[in-house]
Design a protein around this ligand. Structure first.
Ligand code: COA
Length: 259
């Protein structure tokens, strides 16, 4: 892998991708998206990785798309940039393993949109989230107008998109944008604890759960229930279902193998 803007390492089943453009508050450009794409492919291919964590530094998760690079762009350049970004973020959102955004400081614009592509957002109390694009004369272009109102109340999402204000961690937690908020120094421990809980679950069941949740958001209730039913039945072909139920009946903890 040839990563230029992301620091990447894997430890104890967790892959850590740290955005690394500190002088630009981790502003996202095409290189960052290309690097995240490589990370997603690696995580998908590596059976030893059970959870992907995307993080930034103490000051910023990411303060949005790179305004310097966008400022002179025309329509064609912008379509190319958003197409490339969307291909990567959709792959991230579709990854068959759980993903966590670990957020300190600013998660703005494309930074928040990237975090919204993860299944979970765990933040330090220093986190500040928002979609300030409207203050630049544009709108979010990385899924913010679509993912946010699917996650939280429409009016609050509309306020965030149309006024572009910034929101502190506590409020974002109350609204359900953030799953957990902890002190800055406790962030990594909290993320590892959360990831360990996920890794104690059966991987194929987790994948099925994620598919059912995600696909169900975009179809009718009836079609969503069909999707769930098929995935539910499919899990009865796994060794982990047999083990999970045997362990319950034998009053012991299950030992899942991912098969
Ligand atoms: N794109 C490009 N560069 C950015 C950036 C972005 N989205 N966000 C921050 N930076 C750069 C700044 O230009 C500055 O670079 P410089 O030192 O070369 O001047 C550096 O990162 C530090 O940012 P600065 O603004 O000095 O930090 P701050 O603590 O005063 O303010 C923010 C932090 C996040 C409030 C402010 O940087 C900001 O509003 N950023 C833009 C947020 C935004 O609109 N995002 C949506 C983009 S579509």
């Amino acid at each position: 892998m040839d990563l230029k803007t992301v620091l990447y390492n894997k430890k104890d089943g967790i892959a850590w991708a740290q955005l690394n453009r500190p002088d630009k508050l981790n502003a996202l450009n095409s290189k960052v998206f290309a690097d995240i794409g490589q990370v997603v492919d690696d995580v998908a291919a590596d059976d030893g990785v059970r959870v992907l964590v995307i993080t930034g530094n103490e000051k910023a998760f990411a303060a949005g798309a790179d305004i310097g690079e966008m400022s002179t762009a025309g329509i064609a350049d912008t379509l190319k940039f958003t197409d490339a970004g969307t291909q990567v973020t959709e792959r991230l959102a579709d990854l068959g393993k759980p993903t966590i955004a670990a957020i300190s400081g600013y998660a703005l614009g494309g930074g928040l949109e990237l975090a919204l592509c993860c299944d979970f957002r765990i933040a330090a109390d220093t986190a500040v989230v928002g979609l300030p694009e409207i203050t630049l004369g544009i709108i979010p272009g990385g899924g913010g107008t679509q993912r946010l109102p699917r996650l939280i109340n429409y009016s609050i999402a509309a306020e965030m998109v149309m006024l572009g204000g910034l929101m502190k961690a506590d409020r974002a937690h109350q609204l359900g944008i953030l799953n957990r908020v902890v002190a800055q120094e406790a962030l990594k421990t909290e993320v590892v604890k959360f990831a360990e809980q996920l890794m104690a679950r059966a991987p194929i069941a987790l994948r099925a759960a994620k598919t059912a949740l995600r696909k169900g958001l975009n179809v009718s209730l009836k079609d969503g229930i069909c999707i769930e039913q098929d995935l539910f039945a499919m899990l009865f072909g796994t060794a982990d279902q047999k083990e999970g139920m045997a362990a319950f009946l034998e009053k012991r903890k299950p030992k899942f193998t991912g098969k």
